[in-house]
Every structure is written in structure tokens, then in C-alpha cells.
Design a protein around this ligand. Sequence first.
Ligand code: ZN
Length: 65
Amino acid sequence: MARDAFKQLEASLLFCPQCRVATPVRKRLLLVLPQGNKFDYLCSQCGSICGDKIEPERPEDRRLM
Ligand SMILES: [Zn+2]
């Protein structure tokens, strides 16, 4: 069965500063902020943080900054 492989394919590729290549990343909930949830993207090879992202919890969220 390829279910596990499919799960890995869900991860997006990000450039890892440690590996110096684009690697599959794991998403990890880091913080819950008033404007949304902040996620870290961890390299699946070395565990370094490749990036982060804030996902608004509400669809109608607007950027008022
Ligand atoms: Zn890495």
C-alpha cells in the first residue's frame, strides 16, 4: 500500500539552509496568535526550520497591518 508515501507527498518542498536543497518539510503548530495559527516548517532531513507561516483561522480575515 502507498498510503504512507501519499502522506509524505502532501508536504510541500522548501529550501533548507542546512541541506542547501529543497526538501520535504513537516508542518508544526508553533503558536496560536490572535490573527491565526503560526506554523513552523521543519526539514524532514535535518529538522531545521525552513520557514514559517501564519494561517488565519477565519476565512474572512483581512490584513489590517
Ligand atoms: Zn535540512
